[in-house]
Write a protein that binds this ligand. Structure first.
Ligand code: ADP
Ligand code: ZN
Length: 626
């Protein structure tokens, strides 16, 4: 373990008691940052003063400092409850690099490792202890906590306590005991996902009624949101990556393991280094692929949603969805993994008729009672509304989380506004085809066949059922096949059509009558020919240096690359992810400022005392080396 020189020095230099100057001192000397961001200062003061806090901040907002700084300022050990077992080692490594004494307890450890950490905790040799929630259920853990001094409890990913949310973990329910057993220890609960409903559930289940609440803006202005019509998803993805994000790290989400495997193979064949990640792979392969993603520059992970929670890699440049997420919460959390470092990033998704059919079918056939299905339905409806909107995507997203916003200028609908058009007549054509089949023939069919009837395609299936004799046969030659699919998709999205069973047959809903018989108007979205590429993409030819070019003078790009090389070698030697050595943002600032002394280097944001002592000379050398 790293020697805690810096902290020891701060501890002896100044009385750290509950002085708020101490927090500032820790921020500057340990983390190398000049000032707190947003609500951080107030949150830190609340917890340092012994009060409880509930913190809602988007990914990348800076939640970790909110409990790490108080843990260092208050006497005792900060205990962090986190479900992210696979990441605990990396978190501890990152803290060690700062000179913070951290350890973890979870099921992946050997008993003797665990005993060492426990002994360190009891004798106060730790600043932070990470704990898996299931360990808190053990009486032995509670006894352990009684034997040491706890500075605070941080409950990370607090939305896991919510049964309404999408990440429910039963072990989180037992966290209510923290307050009962250690009523004097301050608690801070943090999450990046919280609609009002989730928030209320967190407060109620964790007994945080009297905690001070901090709600940051959920906007992630550096992320560009785009949703495009799906036709050949693999090709579209490859196009997107190679024109806008070649050489960048990214995450691609697919619904099934099979499509994860296929997509990863397809990307690799086409020169994009990509690895798969899903629950069907053995634990070793998963761990290796995750670790490669964290450690290597520019690797793409193709994954089911099993991947990514809590991954704090700051330089993920894009998140792509090849299938529709089940909820806006899920979508926002997944896309939020892009651009934690604040640099331009893209959330890109393709979406089509089959997504709606598939998701509606899945809900239709899901276990659980009607109330549960209704809940899934509401989640999906909100997600579909986001896909079909002609308004700013960001405004819609923020609105979903109860926050107002103005058109952002950095989403596809702002950059290339889609038209909305009156789709009432085409809607009536689709609906009456479904109705006639049912009334005249007692039949139901899927979307593909309905479209074939509308455009008058005499294919074998049509002929077999004599559907060319229907009155509606060929009434839709004014639109192309793909346009009809768009119409059906939007009818499904607006619940003017329903889909059932293994074959995905279409049926009318209660609302269909309004369109067929009561003159209800149906507005639809017309896709722009092709969504505009991001601004970053248009200015970036050599994608390898995309990050450097964001705010570096061209002359400094070479210097930045040189620093990155040094960082890569250093990280490899120490077996830690590159960002544990220094973040991209820090390297960029160094390249821009070109410090010539240790004290100049120490003034760069992200260079704390421990890193300055450890790497300072090497960095100055790398800067002057030819
Ligand atoms: P979250 O946990 O909310 O997703 P992190 O705690 O990982 O966010 O912080 C996101 C990034 O912002 C990290 O790179 C972190 O070092 C940086 N950061 C956080 N607070 C500050 C600050 N006050 N000044 C500068 N950088 C900060
Ligand atoms: Zn917008």
């Amino acid at each position: 373990m790293e020697s805690p020189d810096t902290l020891a020095a701060i501890r002896t230099d100044g009385d750290l008691g509950t002085d708020s100057g101490a927090a500032q001192e820790v921020l500057r000397r340990v983390f190398g940052y000049d000032s707190f961001r947003g609500d951080q200062r107030e949150i830190v003061e609340q917890v340092v003063g012994g009060g409880d806090a509930l913190v809602l901040m988007p990914t990348g907002g800076g939640k970790s400092l909110c409990y790490q700084v108080p843990a260092l300022v208050r006497p005792g050990v900060g205990v962090v409850v986190s479900p992210l077992i696979a990441l605990m080692q990396d978190q501890v490594d990152a803290l060690s690099a700062l000179g913070v004494r951290a350890g973890f307890l979870n099921s992946t450890q050997f008993p003797d490792e665990r005993r060492t950490v426990e002994a360190q905790f009891v004798s106060g040799e730790l600043d932070l202890l990470y704990l898996a929630p299931e360990r808190l259920r053990l009486e032995s853990t509670a006894d352990l906590l009684d034997r040491g001094k706890v500075a605070l409890f941080a409950i990370d990913e607090a939305h896991c306590v919510s049964q309404w949310g999408h990440d429910f973990r039963p072990d989180y329910l037992s966290l209510s005991m923290l307050h009962e057993r250690w009523p004097r220890v301050p608690r801070i609960a943090l999450t990046a996902t919280a609609t009002d409903k989730t928030r209320d559930e967190i407060i109620q289940r964790l007994d945080l009624g009297s905690a001070k609440r901090f709600v940051a803006s959920f906007d992630r202005p550096n992320i560009q949101y785009r949703i495009e019509p799906k036709n050949r998803p693999d090709r579209q993805l490859l196009d997107f990556i190679s024109t806008e994000h070649a050489g960048d790290a990214g995450i691609v989400y697919c619904l099934s393991r099979n499509s994860v495997e296929k997509t990863a193979a397809f990307l690799t064949e086409n020169g994009v280094t990509a690895v798969p990640y899903h629950a069907g792979l053995d634990a070793r392969t998963r761990a290796t692929n995750q670790s490669r993603f964290l450690r290597e520059d520019g690797l793409v992970v193709v994954a089911t949603i099993a991947f990514g929670m809590g991954i704090d890699k700051p330089d993920v440049r894009f998140v792509a969805h090849l299938d529709l997420p089940k909820s806006v919460e899920g979508y926002y959390q997944e896309t939020g993994r892009a651009g934690r470092d604040g640099l331009p990033s893209t959330a890109w998704m393709v979406y089509g008729l089959n997504d709606v059919v598939q998701q509606r079918k899945m809900i239709d056939s899901s276990d659980g009672d009607a109330a549960h299905r209704r809940q899934l339905q509401l989640h999906l409806d909100a997600m579909l509304a986001l896909c079909e909107t002609v308004e700013c995507r960001r405004t819609q997203l923020l609105g979903y989380f109860g926050q107002p916003g103005a058109p952002c200028g950095n989403c596809d609908t702002c950059l290339t506004p889609p038209e909305s058009w009156d789709g009432t007549v085409p809607a009536q054509k689709v609906l009456s085809t479904v109705l006639r089949l049912k009334r005249e023939r007692g039949q139901s069919f899927g979307a593909g066949h309905i479209v074939d009837i509308l455009i008058g395609k005499k294919n074998p299936k049509v002929l077999q059922h004599d559907h060319h004799e229907l009155k509606v046969f060929g009434v839709g030659t004014d639109l192309r096949d793909t346009e009809w699919r768009g119409v059906v998709r939007q009818l499904l999205a607006q619940s003017l059509l329903a889909v059932h069973g293994d074959y995905g047959v279409l049926t009318l809903t209660e609302a269909s009558d309004g369109v067929l018989f009561e003159g209800r108007k149906v507005m639809m979205r017309r896709e722009p020919e092709r969504a505009a590429p991001s601004r970053a993409a248009r200015t970036t030819k050599s994608a390898k240096s995309a990050k450097a070019q964001v705010d570096l003078a061209p002359a400094d790009v070479g210097l930045f690359e040189k620093l990155r090389e040094w960082r890569g070698a250093t990280a490899k030697e120490q077996g830690v992810p590159a960002y544990v050595v220094f973040h991209d943002a820090t390297l960029r600032e160094i390249a821009g400022r070109k410090p010539v002394s240790l004290s100049e280097l120490g003034a760069v944001s992200g260079v704390g005392e421990n890193k300055l002592a450890k790497y300072g000379e090497q960095v100055l050398e790398a800067l002057t080396a030819e």
